[in-house]
Design a protein around this ligand. Structure first.
Ligand code: PEP
Ligand code: CO
Length: 476
């Protein structure tokens, strides 16, 4: 959808006054023209249409007074770590739901997601012999881009469901109404989720001496779980030995860094959490550590790119099959004009069938301009299919094949596949077909929970971690 006048509001919430809107299409605008609200002068796709502009503005003003969720110091620490990943000295593991639901803001699902990511990261650290940067699609991943503004069932047309921060899933007029107050709810649930994640990551839960904390009770029989336990036992033996000879400070291994990310889709919300860092070094999105631009909202002259160019966070850019080399290099120059290391991650999502033709020309173009980027692999979003029964799924073999090909193509070009971006869950779901568990399309109905894209379950997620760890060992 193109920009809806209902969401246009050129009020600078940070200064409480109206600001002049810069001329449209100022692709090469200097940074001095940028403000958290300057995106208003551009065309913003994928925004919900709200009935009341005043209500939306009231919510945005309220949110802009609330405390930020993260700090600029954490954000900068992450950027430095991503710079290492771009050079092959660390590896990025980013994963979580396609879309979080308010309902899943509960202790158990949050802890399970962290458990899967901790187990995967252990396999990766062990196999790749380098630090792993753990990032959740979590604590704010509430908005979804949709292919159509409306949905029609039995002759009735209603607004599409755009995520829990916009409207609700049931197909009734009341539920599908876009409500600005859900943005406040999204902020609260993000804060609660992050609060729990921080406590788990900082406290005894993440202690490498107690990997039993990360066990998921339903997977003890799985092959990947057995393979994982072999690694855990090996690590535990080494730790016991090192502890005995006093070679390792226990404190270093009792906590982990864990960062949050989401698609920064709803610009009024993102604007409200965009703050000057304490000390005034610049504007940061402090609603998340690591926001990304979706494949559908990366127009060079669009509102999302305008918003992203001014924030100092490390950012992701989804790159799909329609991105041309020229488009990509223009975006890179606009989003990272200072060539800052760790600033820009290209999250490539072409699909198993297209990666061979799409990725090499883009690598060549980026190499030509010599910008430092982190190449990450999203093997999910180019591999979505619909079964004969109308169920959205992904074939695990396609996902594996895209991961494998990405590593090989980067190796051939002398560039680095420095990260992986996955949709996964710690719940025992049946949403993607295949993997060592042998899920068939007839199994999908058994435990299909996602309301948007299908996610990897534990076993499938661990299989990817083992594949990457194995691939890294072969290459070294
Ligand atoms: C997503 O990550 O859920 C998504 C919508 O991805 P993309 O923008 O790559 O289609
Ligand atoms: Co998705």
């Amino acid at each position: 959808m193109d920009k809806d006048p209902a969401i246009r509001f050129a009020v600078d919430v940070h200064h409480g006054s109206s600001i002049p809107i810069p001329p449209a299409n100022s692709q090469k605008s200097p940074m001095s023209d940028w403000k958290p609200c300057s995106w208003n002068s551009k065309s913003a796709s994928q925004q919900p249409c709200y009935n009341s502009k005043a209500e939306l503005q009231a919510v945005v003003s309220e949110l802009s007074e609330r405390p930020p969720l993260v700090t600029s110091w954490e954000v900068e620490r992450l950027r430095n770590q991503l710079a290492l990943a771009a050079n092959g000295k660390a590896f990025l593991l980013q994963g979580g739901d396609c879309s979080e639901s308010f309902q899943a803001c509960r202790a158990d699902p949050i802890a399970k997601k962290l458990k899967v990511l901790l187990q995967m990261s252990l396999v990766l650290v062990y196999g790749m012999n380098k630090p792993v940067i753990r990032v959740g699609r979590i604590a704010g991943q509430y908005a979804k881009p949709r292919s159509s503004d409306t949905e029609t069932r039995d002759g009735i047309t209603l607004p599409s469901y755009r995520g829990d921060c916009v409207n609700r899933i049931p197909f009734t007029e009341e539920d599908r109404k876009n409500r600005p107050e859900l943005l406040l709810e999204a902020y609260s649930r993000s804060a609660q989720t992050l609060n729990y994640l921080r406590a788990l990551a900082e406290g005894g839960f993440a202690d490498i001496h107690h990997p039993e904390n990360w066990e998921l009770e339903f997977v003890t029989q799985s092959k990947k779980s057995q393979q994982y336990h072999k690694i855990v036992n090996g690590i535990s033996d080494s730790l016991r030995f090192l502890d005995t000879i006093g070679g390792v400070a226990n404190g270093d291994l009792s906590r982990v860094d864990f960062y949050t990310s989401h698609e920064a889709l709803l610009l009024p919300y993102e604007q409200s959490l965009t703050r000057q860092s304490i000390g005034g070094t610049g504007w940061y999105n402090l609603g998340t550590h690591y926001p990304w631009i979706g494949d559908r909202t990366r127009a060079i002259d669009g509102a999302h790119v305008e918003y992203f160019r001014g924030i100092k966070n490390p950012i992701g850019l989804k790159v799909g099959p329609t991105a041309s080399p020229e488009e990509l290099t223009d975006l890179i120059r606009t989003l990272n004009p200072d060539r800052k290391a760790g600033r820009l991650t290209l999250i490539c999502r072409f699909g198993a069938q297209k990666i061979q033709s799409c990725l090499p020309p883009l690598i060549a173009a980026v190499e030509r301009i010599g910008h430092p980027v982190l190449w990450s692999i999203d093997p999910m979003h180019g591999n979505t299919i619909t079964t004969d029964h109308g169920i959205k799924t992904r074939r695990f073999d396609d996902i594996l094949s895209e991961v494998r090909d990405s590593f090989l193509i980067h190796e051939e070009h002398g560039t680095i596949a420095g990260g992986i971006h996955l949709e996964l869950t710690g719940n025992d779901v049946t949403e993607c077909i295949g993997g060592t568990g042998g899920l068939q399309s007839t199994d999908l109905a058994r435990a299909y929970e996602s309301t948007v894209d299908p996610r990897l379950n534990y076993e499938q997620a661990m299989e990817i971690a083992f594949l990457i760890a194995g691939q890294a060992r072969q290459a070294s």
